[in-house]
Write a protein that binds this ligand. Structure first.
Ligand SMILES: O=C(O)CCC(=O)C(=O)O
Length: 119
């Protein structure tokens, strides 16, 4: 599944706040992949107790992310950037059946004897 993240033309002010892609519907065993096009923007990775890391997302670059439980990522405003940027982000989403089973297991502590295939 992919998400299209346009950052509008001429708006280096546009930003994405710090967040984790840790929704229960996302398969955390698979990396999240982001392809960047257009203007280069920075992404900042942060984790409690660690020094933040700033990474430039250049046009044509592929970013792979894992460990969404602890690290946040954000795109800070960069007013000097005038060109538009587009990114395509690919995530693996559980099927709704698998998700229901996972939710039951989590919410009601129902141990599942056998896991379903995930693909
Ligand atoms: O535009 C990007 O490179 C990533 C956007 C983002 O943080 C996300 O989709 O979770």
């Amino acid at each position: 599944m992919h998400f299209y993240n346009p950052i509008p033309s001429g708006s280096g002010q546009a930003k994405i706040g710090a967040h984790k892609d840790d929704e229960p519907s996302l398969d955390q065993s698979v990396d999240i992949a982001t392809l960047s096009f257009g203007a280069c923007r920075d992404m900042i990775f942060s984790k409690k107790g660690c020094k933040s890391v700033r990474q430039a997302l250049e046009a044509g670059s592929l970013l792979l992310m894992h460990d969404q439980k602890e690290w946040t990522h954000a795109i800070p405003p960069q007013p000097c950037v005038k060109e538009p940027r587009i990114s395509l982000t690919f995530r693996r989403v559980w099927s709704s059946l698998q998700q229901s089973l996972d939710d039951m297991e989590r919410d009601y502590s129902i141990p599942l004897c056998k896991r379903l295939r995930r693909d």
